[in-house]
Ligand binder design. Structure first.
Ligand code: AVI
Length: 339
């Protein structure tokens, strides 16, 4: 049965989605914030850069390529779980009394993952949210042409700092959708605060959450996923230096840096670093930093959870009913958490 045909909307002509932009990438304040965040991280004794700087135009393409790699199992494993369990997921929403859901897609990107779920969950409203405003606008138009009667409100905003949504977003039956194990790029404390903002009635006001989470597994599988044979993840990591050069006017030379990906078992996280291959100096207007050969810049953490540790985190955040679905190898889980 083609479930898309069950949507009442197909009988109606396509309209344009609403779009509300709360994010201005090029505002002077935003630029100043980025410069001070970057220089603070680069000047720290243990240098670090936020992983959000991976995602310039080339970085986003490299990430898309990563998701196609043999070694990078999370994307295809999660897709398999959604394919196998979408009916059970729709039932979980119904069991929680959520009948006219507002599906809020955090970091929606091209909206592809939600588009595959919409026929099954049949939301009343779909709200893709992202900071890549132009890209999101096009993606929302595309979803609207696939589901012409669906009420779509695209929102350009940085949801990592606050979860207050525009008034146009339906207040009732809000279900957040946060796939891809993106929560793993926050520290557990940051993840907890993020989930708490989601359930806060004055902010996200979530009734439920569908969350994709990568699980702890053997070290070799984890490290290969972040250090692939083709070197795509290495290019993704080094591209950060090109992006910083553009933002800061610095003179990083990507050829002088080596990509490292290590599983830190005690912290239960993959760490990505860039390691200086020799003694070198980097300069930018108003500053500079010397690195000894072997010294590193910490560029990303990707935390891996167990079913028990993620269930506990969701409970601490205020979710009460928790279910999950996994793949046959228990490599990845999709959690359903209701308030
Ligand atoms: C976006 N995020 C969930 C990815 C991850 O697996 O932590 C980013 C990534 N970094 C290297 N490969 C993929």
């Amino acid at each position: 049965m083609n479930l898309a045909l069950k949507l009442p909307a197909l009988a109606l002509p396509a309209t344009s989605p609403q779009f509300i932009n709360r994010y201005n990438e090029t505002s002077g304040k935003q630029t100043l914030n980025m410069v001070s965040e970057l220089t603070e991280g680069l000047n720290a004794a243990a240098a670090s850069v936020s992983p959000k700087y991976f995602y310039d135009a080339l970085g986003s393409k490299l990430f898309e390529a990563i998701t196609e790699l043999d070694e990078y199992y999370p994307t295809r494993t999660e897709a398999g779980i959604f394919d196998a369990a979408h009916t059970s997921m729709a039932n979980a929403l119904a069991d929680a009394g959520i009948t006219r859901s507002c599906l809020i897609d955090l970091g929606a990107g091209n909206c592809a993952k939600a588009s595959r779920l919409i026929p099954h969950l049949q939301p009343q409203q779909y709200v893709p949210v992202d900071i890549s405003v132009g890209f999101l606008r096009d993606a929302a138009e595309q979803v609207q042409s696939t589901f012409p009667a669906l009420d779509i409100v695209g929102v350009g905003m940085d949801f990592s700092t606050g979860m207050v949504l525009p008034a146009e977003v339906q207040q009732s039956d809000r279900v957040f959708f946060y796939p891809g194990s993106s929560l793993g790029n926050f520290s557990p404390d940051q993840a907890l605060a993020f989930l708490q903002r989601m359930v806060d009635p004055a902010q996200g006001a979530a009734r439920g959450l569908l969350l994709g989470i990568d699980l702890v597994k053997d070290q070799a599988t984890l490290e290969a996923a972040y250090d692939d044979a083709l070197g795509v993840t290495a290019a993704f990591n080094k591209n950060l230096l090109r992006h910083i050069n553009r933002l800061l006017g610095s003179d990083f030379d990507a050829r002088q840096w080596r990509h490292l990906a290590l599983f830190n078992e005690s912290e239960s996280r993959i760490e990505m670093h860039l390691q200086a291959q020799k003694n070198l100096s980097v300069h930018w207007p108003g500053g500079e930093r010397s690195f000894r050969g072997g010294e590193r810049i910490h560029t990303e953490n990707s935390y891996k959870y167990t079913l028990a540790s993620m269930s506990a985190l969701l409970r601490r955040a205020g979710f009460t009913q928790i279910n999950y679905w996994t793949d046959p190898k228990d490599w990845f889980a999709v959690f359903w958490a209701a308030v």
